[in-house]
Structure formats: C-alpha cells, structure tokens
Write a protein that binds this ligand. Structure first.
Ligand code: AHR
Length: 657
C-alpha cells in the first residue's frame, strides 16, 4: 500500500514538473519611471451593511433617542405585556420639540405604584456583544419631574441571566446626563439591556446609551477598536466618506448633510438609512443613521490612521437610480455653501465659525483637508451643470482644494463616454470610476489605463470589487478567484500611477447577519471581525506600494495576463528596496527566471505569499484565516533568481537594494 502511494506521489510530481512553465522576467531597478502617489491605496467607507450604527460606531443601543419612525422600535416594555392597555400609560412618548427640535421624542415614565416592576428592554443590533471583564459606560439624558425614581440598568445574556448591572440616581428637574459603569461577568454575543425604573414619580428620559470603554484609543462614545485596527493595518493613503449612494439619498431630504452630523450628539438629527429597504432580498426596516459617527469623527479617524480625508458632498441631485430629485440650479446656494463651510470646518482658523466648532469638539488644529468630492454616481447634464457651479465657487475661494467628480455608475457605456467627453471641458481634476464586474473583467482589464490620455484629469478608481455571481446579487462571495483577479487588475493601476492617483475597494464593511450588499472587504459580528482574501490583497498593495514604478517585462512586454501572469514593480526610495508583485491566475505552476538590472550584490528578499488551490474558497467568521498572507525569506545574488509561482498565487518580493 505504502509503495503504491509513493509511486502515485512520484507520478504526480513528474506531471507537476511537466506542467511547470518557465518565463523570463526582466526588472529594471536603475530607471525610476513614474511617482506612486501617497494616496494611491485607500479606503471607501459607506454606511451600508450596518457599517456605522451597529458597526464601526460602538454604540450598543439601537434607537437610543426614540426617533425611528416607530419610536418603540428595538424596545420592549417590561414586564412584557400583551397589549399597551396593560401598562396604563406608564410609558409614553412625549414630544419635546420645543426643547430639542432635532431630537424631539423622549420617553415619559409615569410610575404610580412604587412596588410595580416597570422598565424598558433594548435588543441592540441583532443582539448586543458583551465581553467578560470589560467595562461598559451607561448614560442617558433625563429629568425628574416629580417623586423619586432611580434606574437599575442590567445587561442580560442570551439565557436571560443578569451578567452585570449598575444603579443610577436622578436628581432635579433640569435635563442632566446620568451615568453608570457596568462590568460584565460573561462573554455573550447576544445580550440585551434592561433599564428598570425604581420608586415612584415622573421622569423624562432620552439618549439611552451603552458603550464599551475599550474603544479605539479609549475614546468615550468612540469607535469599535477591532474594526479601526483593521483599517489602520491597511495603512491607507486616504479615506473616502460617507459613501456612496448615501451621499445622494433616495430623495434630497434623505441626502447626507454634514452640518447635521457635527456638534453635540443629542442635537444631531437622525434620518433613515437609504439602504434599509433598497434590496427586496435584504430588507432592514430598522436601519437608521444616528450620525454619532459624523464628519468630525471621520476626520478624527483619518488623522488617527494617517490617511488623507476625502469627504464627498451632495451636488443637489438625489440618487438617479431612485428619485433623481433635483435642486433647481438657481437654488443651489445651500449646496455650494455646504462645500465652502466644510472646508472651513476642516481647515479654518479657530476664529472662524466652523473652525471654532471643530475646536469646541476637541480638535483646534486643522484636519488638513486637500480634496473634496462633488456628487457620487451621478450622470448627465443635470450633474455636469451642478458640478460646474459648485466647483467654480470652491475654486474661487479655495484654489488649492482638489475636486473629485464622478463618471456615473459604470466604467463603460454611453453615460461613461459622455462624462469622459464633458469633464475635461469643466477642468475636472480627479475623476471617480466605478467597476463592479465579473472576475474575468478584472483579469482582462489590467491594461485599461495603459493608453489613457495623459493630458487630462487623474483617475480615482473609487469603487471596485469582482462580483462572483452577478452585480450586487446576494450570492456573491469574497472568494479567492475574485481577490486574485483584483490583484491582477491592480498591477495595471500601479503601472499607470501617473494617471491613477487613488484606488479603493467597495463596500468596506458588512455585519454577517445584517448586510444588504455583498461582497465586502471586512466582515464582522457583534464581537469579532475578519479580513477577506480581498482585504489582504488590498493590504499587500497598500503596505508595499513603493514610491516610483520601475519596468517589469517579459520579452519586452508588460506582464498583463499572458499565460495567466501579471506583474508590477516599484522601488521604495525611503527604504531603498525593490518591490516586485507577481500574480499567477492560471492553474499551472510558473517558474520565473528573474533578472533585476541594478542589483549587483547578494540581497535578502522578503517574500509575502497568498495562495489557495480552490479558487472558490473564502474566509468566514468561523474560519477567518483560510486565505491569508504568509511571510518567508530567500536570498538572491547578482539580481538573479528562480522564483516559483504556484497555481492561483499572488506574491510580493521586497528586496533590499
Ligand atoms: O458600494 C455600494 C454602492 O455601489 C455605492 O453606494 C454606490 O456608489 C455604488 O452603486
């Protein structure tokens, strides 16, 4: 039996040896070609798939301010009653619009019987993820109108057992912030929070909140640490926010208005999330935007992770897939002013109106905004007219701000061609192209930018992702075929870094139970998160970009897919390294007979490899490390080496010059 196995193994080895192909590859490290912008590899953030509330924004209470269309959504009255008759108006919604017009609804608690149990229970976002030993900050805004009432706040696990509690007292009839800390005694991804009212009297309560203390940089009311860490690990050149179609809104009223997302969180006026009912296959009627993660927090995160901020603003045109509602051209002033004021908010002195607000929020130093997007996936004359008005006004006041404009939803076809013709006439500077296509398209389009006009605008490959089954269909997977095809395509982005200034995969985040759109770069549940194979491809590019491209050729030609081989190469002038990226999208092993011109002595090579034989395989929340980069080391002499590229592999080589 053993002998038979040995025979079979040797036979397979022989076949494999025959299947290997040898390709000569020449890299010229002596002639730097074009500069790779520091912004080249970045992040596209949009509040889709519960990326903000219920995701990056670490708030654990859903509908904390009772402003969802149905105010009791996500809340249960305690004790649980068959009908609302049985609680005799002890828990009602009181409209306090004079007190806070942006956040008018509060809960009025009329507790007449001291002995009776009365409380509220919040279900969180598909449950509440709690970790043993960690501390949680409870807070609320409240006023005691009469009597004496205190709060007993409990975290209960999925078996309805209390795993942490705190008592919070309430004094006086003025609105006050009440706070308590709960230490959890258990880990459970599916907890709930009970707030019991003890004593008798009347109180009003709003903004009922629970945050982990262990947030990104330990900020109170901050962001989920594991998710920001995944972003920081990418070392992104920029962060585009807040989207996506969410910028446009289904209607103009639902567009993203940055001014409503800054200042005190209780004054930020929340709206429905446009992705709540967009897809019949994934309705999420409880998807709203509290804007606890607002423009200040986005800027701060960019600052934290060293990324250039790229905010995108509405151009006065609601999503053209939805209503196409248009702001009349003669009434575009508020949109123009939003853009001018945003620049002041980010960069203005603390003696300016909006700069002062930034300082008041905690950041007197400017955020160094250099780029601004006008409109997302818009098309046609209606877009160009609006873009033109806004861009002229911005450049009249801020000539150094670079503007990003769009080419519509597709990177080809009539609308795209119209944009390509029109945008140069409008002096467009950076133009956003989107491609959600099948994996083969990515492999076939590594040459897309080789022949782009060098004398017009620069390209922002702003949204792309290979779709395994069909654009935005719910069966799409972040499989290795998609990730590898993106890696192949990206060789063309990097080779053309004189035209392509920025690139980002989209969408960024998805909650494993509450997503609307797939594929996505990073998935998470209530406690954990993981990077997809696509994430690691992005990471390898962003962490190994280099500063200037150099040529990498086989028989005098770029590596753009012949025999499934792709390549890009650069030098990093800061670390004095040559960086080579090689991709084998074929099912055969390739041997690369490498010759690097400009490397004389012996050199150590760091090799980072991603390979997976089953191209339909993908990482999951329970098996997050199926497809991840693995590091090894080799050495080469006189710039010559024989490299092995296994079937379906992506390798990065970093060679000290
Ligand atoms: O990334 C998801 C959506 O795809 C974006 O919101 C939009 O710009 C594109 O259509």
């Amino acid at each position: 039996m053993r002998k038979t196995l040995t025979l079979i193994t040797s036979f397979l080895l022989v076949i494999n040896a025959f299947a290997q192909k040898t390709t000569k590859v020449e890299v010229d490290a002596t002639k730097p070609l074009v500069t790779i912008q520091p912004t080249m590899y970045g992040i596209f953030f949009e509040d889709i798939n519960f990326a903000a509330d219920g995701g990056l924004y670490a708030e654990l209470i859903k509908n904390r301010s009772f402003e969802f269309e149905y105010p009791w959504m996500a809340w249960k009255h305690l004790p649980e009653a068959e009908t609302r008759f049985s609680i005799q108006n002890e828990l009602t919604i009181y409209n306090n619009s004079k007190g806070n017009p942006n956040n008018p609804r509060v809960v009025r608690v009329d507790k007449r019987d001291e002995k009776k149990e009365l409380g509220l229970q919040n279900e969180g976002f598909d449950g509440i993820g709690i970790k043993k030993g960690e501390k949680y900050d409870f807070s609320a805004l409240a006023r005691l109108n009469k009597g004496s009432i205190s709060l007993l706040v409990e975290i209960i696990n999925s078996k309805n057992q209390v795993i942490g509690s705190t008592t919070v007292n309430l004094l006086g009839s003025n609105w006050q912030r009440i706070e308590g800390v709960i230490t959890a005694t258990e880990t459970d991804p599916n907890c709930k929070v009970n707030v019991f009212f003890k004593g008798a009297g009347q109180l009003d309560i709003d903004m009922i909140s629970l945050f982990p203390q262990d947030t990104w940089k330990g900020r109170k009311g901050g962001l989920r640490k594991d998710l920001v860490q995944l972003l920081a690990d990418l070392k992104p050149g920029f962060v585009r926010f807040p989207g996506g179609c969410i910028v446009e809104g289904r209607t103009l009223a639902e567009r993203y208005q940055w001014k409503k997302t800054v200042g005190k969180i209780e004054n930020r006026q929340q709206i429905v999330n446009r992705w709540n009912m967009e897809f019949k296959h994934r309705p999420t009627p409880d998807y709203y935007q509290t804007f606890g993660l607002g423009f200040y927090e986005y800027f701060l995160m960019c600052d934290d992770i060293g990324a250039t901020p790229l905010p995108i603003l509405s151009c006065g045109l609601a999503c053209q897939f939805n209503s196409s509602e248009m702001q009349p051209l003669e009434d575009l002033d508020p949109f123009v002013q939003d853009a001018l004021d945003l620049i002041e908010f980010a960069n203005g002195g603390t003696d300016t109106k909006w700069g002062a607000l930034r300082a008041e929020m905690g950041h007197p130093a400017p955020f160094n905004l250099q780029m601004l997007g006008v409109g997302n996936e818009q098309w046609g004359e209606e877009y160009f007219e609006r873009y033109s008005i806004i861009s002229k006004a911005v450049h009249a006041k801020y000539p150094n701000i670079k503007l990003v404009s769009g080419t519509g939803p597709s990177s080809d076809g009539e609308l795209f061609e119209q944009a390509e013709k029109t945008l140069p006439k409008l002096n467009a500077q950076i133009v956003d192209e989107h491609y959600y296509k099948e994996p083969k398209w990515f492999r076939d389009n590594a040459t897309r930018y080789d022949n782009y006009d060098r004398n017009r605008y620069k390209i922002f490959a702003g949204e792309y992702a290979a779709q395994s089954n069909g654009v935005a269909t719910p069966d799409n997977k972040n499989n290795w075929e998609c990730a590898l095809s993106e890696a192949a395509f990206m060789t063309g982005l990097e080779r053309n870094a004189d035209v392509v200034y920025m690139t980002s995969y989209a969408p960024l985040f998805a909650h494993v139970n509450r997503w609307q759109w797939t594929p996505d770069l990073i998935w998470f549940d209530n406690l954990t998160s993981f990077g997809t194979a696509n994430y690691y491809v992005q990471k390898l590019y962003a962490n190994n970009a280099g500063t200037k491209t150099i040529s990498i050729k086989s028989n005098g030609e770029n590596l753009t897919g012949k025999n499934g081989l792709y390549g890009a190469s650069s030098i990093d002038e800061k670390t004095n390294e040559v960086i080579i990226k090689l991709i084998n999208t074929s099912s055969e092993t390739h041997t690369i007979d490498l010759n690097i011109n400009g490397l004389a002595a012996k050199a150590n090579v760091k090799v980072i490899s991603m390979l997976e034989k089953d191209i339909k395989n993908f990482n999951t929340i329970t098996e997050p490390n199926k497809i991840v980069p693995v590091e090894s080391a080799i050495s080469i002499a006189q710039g010559k080496a024989n490299l092995v590229l296994e079937p379906y592999s992506f390798k990065v080589f970093r060679i000290k010059k």
